[in-house]
Write a protein that binds this ligand. Structure first.
Ligand code: AMP
Ligand code: GLY
Length: 425
């Protein structure tokens, strides 16, 4: 069948790449895609929020499957549009994507169903939020209710920082309407971990676990980013803890969504904190694949991704086998100088072709690239490339990723040098 993937980052490159290995996949379209995705899919110049145009395109091409990558269109109801047109689509409907679209909804849901998460209060009035905040110890966490391009969360280590975050959200409205409500929550200590799961209502099929590195600099210093690197598996976190997270958090959340009349179908992504005593608690839920988690999870998938997506759509996830390799994967993000603040674009990238020739099986997922008329790759985003190394263990995979990362260069290139080191202590 022909397939349409909606999105244009490193996550969508990894999804298109995994789909392209399926014998069931014929032409893969990606809207809008990027210059790297063009190597495995046909680019379609339609933006992710142009729902009518996307539906019309899918009808015209008679695609048999649509896959939605990013959160924004999901929260705005893109899946409902495709469903109304009778087109098979993988992703949660608007009422289920709300689990990512509203932090107050998510926190209230978890509280109602006794699912472990940080203690919290929610406010829609600044004065009340401020009064409460002043009674709380630091560190403390302030979150804008709605989507904020990954920037709506502040972990404040001083009361001044916390008050500043609150006023940014509620007075200055730097995230617009996303900040009309805030969540103020307890700071959780421990190790973070991401578990993504295929979900078709009540059936939850977890993927292999991964860990992201959100801060821009080594040792988790500097501002938060979309993610500077990932790795999988997590050899330093016991399988029993991962199983506990699935049993106590992801499965009950899927059931709760069904009970609330918002059945979730798609990828449910749990951001978790493992406390020092080994108890997992929920930090956040996302309604989609993670970026750059997907870049290390999908290379470990041995089953056919098209079959998994169709099973999720048809409600038969409990009937298929999903196999994962024992290999380790490490992804190092190469970012533009200045990211996550402002950065230049259009900077020539050197070494991509040479890497492909020297390491034919290497995986370099493009996050933000474009092609000049002369055919040369240039930067076109904050996160530019995700270089993935594979190996028998994290040490080997890490070595491979950094080796390839060194062979690719562009002016201002920034990468963390400590991706996956937490696994090795
Ligand atoms: P989010 O945008 O919800 O993923 O939050 C961004 C980051 O803030 C998370 O990856 C955590 O590192 C941190 N964070 C969020 N909530 C908490 C919390 N309750 N305790 C500690 N850190 C948190
Ligand atoms: N890497 C974190 C996210 O996709 O939200």
């Amino acid at each position: 069948m022909d397939i349409l993937v909606v999105g244009g980052g490193g996550r969508e490159h990894a999804i298109c790449w995994a789909l392209s290995k399926s014998p069931k996949a014929n032409t893969i379209y990606c809207a809008p895609g990027n210059a790297g995705i063009a190597e495995v899919a046909t680019l379609v110049p339609i933006q992710v929020k142009e729902f009518d145009k996307l539906v019309e395109f899918a009808q015209q091409k008679k695609v048999g499957l649509v896959v939605i990558g990013p959160d924004d269109p999901l929260v705005e109801g893109i899946v409902d549009h495709f469903e109304a047109a009778g087109i098979p689509v993988f992703g949660p409907r608007k009422n289920a994507a709300y689990i990512e679209g509203s932090k107050t909804f998510m926190k209230d849901l978890l509280k109602k169903y006794n699912i472990p998460t940080a203690a919290y209060e929610k406010f829609d009035r600044y004065e009340e939020a401020l009064t409460y905040l002043r009674t709380r110890p630091v560190p403390i966490v302030i979150k804008a209710d709605g989507l904020a391009a990954g920037k709506g969360v502040t972990v404040a280590f001083t009361i001044e920082e916390a008050e500043q975050a609150l006023s940014n959200i509620m007075i200055d409205k730097v995230f617009g309407e996303s900040g009309s409500q805030v969540v103020i929550e307890e700071f959780l200590e421990g190790q973070e971990m991401s578990i993504l799961a295929f979900v078709d209502g009540e059936t939850v099929r977890p993927m292999v676990a991964a860990q992201d590195h959100k801060q821009v600099y080594d040792e988790d210093k500097g501002p938060n980013t979309g993610g500077m690197g990932t790795y999988s598996p997590l050899p330093h976190i016991a399988d029993s803890i991962i199983e506990e997270a699935v049993k106590t958090i992801i499965e009950p959340t899927a059931k709760a969504m069904v009970a609330e009349g918002r059945p979730f179908r798609g990828v449910l992504f749990a951001g978790l904190m493992i406390s020092p005593d080994g108890t997992p608690k929920t930090i956040e839920f996302n309604a989609r694949f993670g970026d750059p988690e997907t870049q290390v999870v999908l290379p470990r998938l041995q089953s056919d991704l098209v079959e998994i997506f169709l099973a999720a759509i048809n409600g038969t996830l409990d009937q298929i086998e999903i196999k994962w390799s024992n290999e380790a994967a490490v992804c190092v993000v190469l970012a533009s100088g200045g990211y996550p603040a402002s950065y230049p674009t259009g900077v020539p990238i050197k070494g991509l072709e040479a890497v492909k020739a020297a390491h034919p099986s290497s995986l370099v997922f493009h996050a933000g690239t474009a092609k000049h008329e002369a055919g040369e790759f240039v930067t076109n985003g904050g996160r530019v490339l995700g270089v993935v190394g594979l190996g028998e263990d994290i040490i080997a995979a890490r070595e491979q990723a950094y080796k390839i990362a060194k062979e690719i260069d562009f002016e201002g290139k920034h990468q963390r040098s400590d991706i996956a080191l937490k696994a090795l202590v």
